[in-house]
Design a protein around this ligand. Structure first.
Ligand code: ZN
Length: 203
């Protein structure tokens, strides 16, 4: 499986990082080894001193497709959760300044946190999904998928032009404003429509 991530999909977050508002989805990938699930602890890497959480709604792809049309894209995901796209902001800034790829700042082990998945059918909605993150019991980030620049269907249509989507692939759909640093000892809890989907510690 692969992990597809969308950057700058909420205009307020693009602004907070002083990025331009994109006219097409910004896509990057993480390897399977980036996955961190089942509330396992995240171990803070020694090569960064500015590790940020980015809380994101995550789709799980349920069937294979290539060049998926936007109008059929809803058939390609049935389950969603909340995840964290951990980002070594210091490394990312260095790479961006040199015009180099981001992978080392985004695709490292444990950088793709995933909560427990919920059937969209059970959520009772496919749009306007609320999600949030608590850091040590205080809400630090919240989003609503209605505020994306590119909705799920547009992302799937665009990404599948380049990458065949396969069952089990994950799509991180971008972070709203409010990203920030974590430190060793922090507890992170993610919520999907008010229900807790992950709860882990930074060690
Ligand atoms: Zn992200």
């Amino acid at each position: 499986m692969k992990i597809i991530c969308i950057g700058r999909n909420y205009s307020e977050h693009a602004k907070e990082l002083k990025n331009e508002i994109p006219d097409k989805p910004v896509i990057f990938l993480k390897p399977q080894t980036a996955l961190l699930k089942d509330n396992k602890p995240f171990y803070y890497p020694e090569w960064t001193s500015d590790l940020h959480y980015e809380t994101e709604l995550v789709l799980k792809i349920c069937k294979q497709g290539k060049y998926i049309e936007e109008k059929f894209a809803h058939k390609y995901f049935e389950e969603v959760t909340v995840g964290i796209d951990f980002t070594a902001r210091d490394l990312q800034s260095q790479q961006k300044a040199k015009g180099l790829p981001w992978e080392i700042a985004k695709g490292f082990d444990g950088s793709a946190v995933i909560g427990s998945f919920h059937q969209l059918a059970n959520l009772g909605k496919k749009t306007g999904i609320h999600f949030s993150l608590q850091l040590n019991g205080i809400e630090v980030q919240k989003g609503n998928t209605d505020n994306t620049l590119f909705n799920f269907e547009k992302i799937i249509a665009y990404a599948s032009q380049f990458f065949t989507l396969q069952t089990g692939d994950l799509i991180y759909t971008g972070t709203p404003a409010g990203v920030g640093p974590v430190k060793i000892g922090d507890r992170l809890e993610g919520f999907l429509e008010g229900e807790k989907v992950f709860d882990f510690e930074v060690k």
